[in-house]
Ligand binder design. Structure first.
Ligand SMILES: Cc1ncc(COP(=O)(O)O)c(C=O)c1O
Length: 389
């Protein structure tokens, strides 16, 4: 009999580990996992090497070194005009992932309802369930991935504690518009609900789209916890340097949990983060140019195939409709694609509650955070799909 606690027994293993293992075993090109297969910019590598030479090898301050917190506050001022207190309104976390878990532990009482927009990043549901929260699901509708205002309103009730939002959005590539965010902000205020806004792709947005920070909408500063991290912007997903921003009471609730989860975050990488964060305004144009070229490469390969991609407004993912290939569901398609053409994707049903997985049955998520060489090779392999549809 398994000795696993019931709180984790139902969670299963993540689809990323499963698809990466399959891709490796079969020698497929892995467009599944959302991690770059290239190094960070040379400046970032240099600052990491310099940080290693500084005397910062013991536990960092639990909230993060003051220098990093000041750099995060300056980043939020520069890009969003926010004014935050670096002493009380910023917490350094082990990636946004720890921020999500600690926020759920710190803010959600057992029995509180938490609204999740489907598809959602898979750690959200696990975080809600481990905190004893009750998830309420609201689908985003393909192909534009908008929510139905009536469906969203119906999910709010006096039992709702929090809504979890992600913009730019993984896996759909959607960037929520100001009007959509305003609708959510109005509901939060009407029902006295908190918002957790996961903005890890904040700098990966494409022409025509603008990333709006929910916390900057009227009345939202006090009730929004914003999470982000270095991983996606600087191609350092393994560093796990993230942060939580918000009013002092929200951030201190997150820290109450964080102090007993990890206590502090990696000291050397925090030192490196100071220079990196200060460099962000100079780097963002190059980052956006790099990812818009990679998006074009993968998008045209998918458009030339029997798949129907939804062009993303942000992130480094493309969702594609797989109906033409007539597979039983998205997991079957992902497994078949590895075998048939040697390309791995993620079946997005992993981002849905069990009851709603059928919404994902004809979709696949492809990542373009890969070298141009990998993307060209994948494009070449995807050409074979034309003969298989
Ligand atoms: C929406 C979203 N949130 C959070 C994360 C994880 O962020 P971090 O690596 O900073 O923990 C990811 C990573 O894929 C993500 O897609």
């Amino acid at each position: 009999m398994s000795r696993m606690a019931s709180r984790v027994a139902s969670l299963g293993t993540t689809i990323f580990a499963e698809m990466t293992a399959l891709a490796t075993a079969k020698g497929a090109l892995n467009l599944g996992q959302g991690a770059p297969d290239f190094n960070p910019p040379p400046e970032v590598m240099t600052w990491a090497q310099e940080a290693l030479q500084t005397p910062c090898h013991q536990y960092a301050h639990g909230w993060g070194y003051p220098e990093v917190r000041s750099a995060i506050v300056e980043h939020a001022r520069h890009f969003y005009g926010q004014t935050l207190d670096p002493q009380r309104e910023v917490l350094v976390t082990n990636g946004a992932t720890e921020g999500i878990f600690a926020a759920m532990q710190g803010l959600v009482e057992a029995g509180d309802e938490v609204i999740l927009l489907e598809p959602f990043y898979d750690s959200y549901l696990a975080g809600v369930l481990m905190a004893g929260g009750v998830p309420r699901f609201v689908p985003l509708h393909a192909p534009t991935w908008t929510f139905d205002p009536q469906e969203l309103r119906a999910a709010f009730s006096p039992r709702t504690k929090l809504i979890l939002l992600n913009t730019p959005h993984n896996p759909t590539g959607k960037v929520f518009s100001r009007a959509e965010l305003q609708f959510i902000a109005d509901l939060c205020q009407e029902f006295d609900v908190l918002a957790l806004s996961d903005e890890v792709y904040e700098h990966i947005v494409f022409e025509g789209a603008q990333h709006v920070r929910l916390a900057t909408l009227d009345g939202m500063a006090e009730r929004t916890l914003t999470l982000s991290s270095l991983g996606k912007t600087f191609s350092v997903t393994g560093w796990k340097i993230g942060w939580a921003l918000g009013s002092a009471d929200l951030v201190s609730a997150v820290n109450r949990a964080k102090q007993y989860i990890s206590y502090a975050s990696a000291s050397v990488l925090q030192w490196a983060a100071v220079a990196i964060l200060n460099w962000t305004p100079h780097y963002v144009p190059a980052l956006q140019a790099m990812y818009s070229a990679k998006r074009d490469l993968l998008l045209s390969a998918l458009q030339a195939s029997p798949l129907i991609p939804s062009p993303p407004q942000g992130t480094y993912f493309i969702m594609a409709d797989t109906s033409a290939l007539k597979c039983a569901d998205d997991r079957a398609f992902a497994a078949w694609l590895v075998e048939a053409v040697g390309v791995a994707c993620i079946p997005p049903s992993a981002f849905y509650n069990a009851a709603h997985r059928s919404l994902a049955q004809n979709w696949a998520r492809f990542g373009f955070c890969k070298t141009d060489e990998t993307l060209h090779a994948a494009a070449h392999r995807l050409e074979r799909l034309t003969h298989l549809a």
